[in-house]
Write a protein of this length. Structure first.
Length: 158
């Protein structure tokens, strides 16, 4: 999960570099470093205490969601300025991720895993999450990857 938080913070930095002015992109990069460092310290503490919550997926999402919201906001603002495919597709990426996370937490909190397992159906909240994320990554690979570029490579984003 440490690598997940590192990846999210790398995404925040990359989106900031492709959509924001340099001063704001630096601030986003600083946020990413602080967020990752804090998560690393908290999860390391959780490993040594030991504390289930400090090493849980749920805590990891608390550290990741602000970064995804920031990336969403950066892309919405850039899309309003430029009306370009990159930002439009990235907005859909963040909205779909939020829907996947909502489906995971909804399934988890509704207790569907236990109800289905009682009937011999082995489909858990983690399965909802992983199937959703597989589809999400396929969307990124086929619809987003070819459209992403750094602001410096495309001055129309400035």
């Amino acid at each position: 999960m440490i690598f997940e938080v590192a990846s999210v913070n790398a995404i925040v930095t990359a989106v900031a570099l492709s959509t924001l002015e340099e001063k704001h992109a630096r601030a986003a990069g600083l946020y990413a470093i602080i967020n990752f460092t804090a998560y690393f310290a908290v999860s390391l503490t959780g490993a040594f205490l030991p504390s289930w919550f400090l090493v849980s997926f749920e805590l990891m999402t608390l550290f990741c969601i602000p970064g995804f919201i920031a990336a969403f906001v950066f892309n919405v603002r850039a899309y309003r300025r430029n009306r370009d495919a990159m930002n439009r597709n990235l907005i859909f990426t963040w909205v779909s991720l939020f829907l996947i996370m909502a489906a995971y937490y909804g399934y988890l909190l509704a207790g569907f895993t236990e109800k289905l397992w009682a009937d011999g159906i082995w489909f858990s909240a983690n399965d909802v999450l992983h199937v959703g994320l597989i589809l999400w990554m396929l969307y990124i690979a086929f619809s987003v990857a070819g459209k992403v570029m750094d602001r410096r490579a495309d001055n129309s984003s400035v």
